[in-house]
Design a protein around this ligand. Structure first.
Ligand code: ADP
Ligand code: MG
Length: 203
């Protein structure tokens, strides 16, 4: 079972990973965007950790809805509202249970990813975060390791695509040949789930 501490560990691992990879995310965004994705993600997840500490939510759903709300209010770029929606919708779908199963998390994340697609209008293949998130959710039934691998594969597979959504789409064919920054950060977010699960034995 996954409790509020698991979800706190997820957000903590995501923040650490985004910190480590901020420069890479910004480099990717400088190729097909405006070179702010690393700093957007860093600022957003740092604020998430601060608010989680301050408000100390006690259920999985409350951890994620609070994190999502914080991302929406902290991150100005397109990715803030999108990641915020992902976490907020996922959190709402988890309801107020004090613990959830991996299967329930999978179903809730599906709702969250559907929310991202509804808000941003992107479908798989449009060269966005959706290209990492959808395969990850599809693979989650096989466990966090499978989800991480699927997300990483999905992110890498954005390289030959032409962007059809977001800032990169303004480049048209010139967006081809670069990995999408948002798909890359989504793979980090999913990898952090696996780290959170590994941390469970430490307590
Ligand atoms: P901005 O584009 O406003 O500078 P960021 O650089 O933080 O915001 O995030 C860019 C990432 O957001 C892209 O790489 C892409 O993955 C994602 N993104 C942008 N627009 C959309 C959209 N409509 N749907 C899904 N993801 C999107
Ligand atoms: Mg940007």
């Amino acid at each position: 079972m996954l409790d509020a501490d698991f979800f706190r560990r997820w957000m903590t691992a995501a923040a650490a990973s985004v910190d480590r990879e901020a420069e890479r995310l910004t480099d990717l965004d400088s190729a097909i965007g405006d070179a702010d994705h690393g700093s957007n993600m860093q600022r957003g997840f740092a604020a998430v950790l601060t608010t989680l500490e301050k408000e100390a939510p006690t259920t999985p759903g409350a951890v994620l809805t609070l994190a999502g709300r914080q991302l929406i209010s902290t991150v100005g770029g397109a990715s803030g509202p999108l990641y915020g929606t992902l976490l907020r919708r996922t959190g709402k779908a988890l309801g107020d249970a004090s613990e959830v199963t991996g299967a329930q998390l999978g179903e809730a994340l599906r709702v969250g990813v559907d929310g991202v697609m509804a808000l941003g209008g992107a479908a798989p293949g449009d060269k966005t975060m959706v290209d990492a998130l959808v395969p990850a959710v599809d693979a989650l039934g096989e466990g966090f390791t499978a989800a991480r691998a699927a997300a990483e594969e999905g992110a890498v597979a954005t390289t030959p695509l032409q962007a059809r959504k977001g800032r990169a789409s303004y480049l048209g064919e010139r967006s081809i040949g670069h990995q999408d920054p948002g798909a890359t950060s989504s793979a980090l977010l999913i990898a952090a789930l696996e780290e959170a699960a590994e941390g469970a034995g430490d307590e």
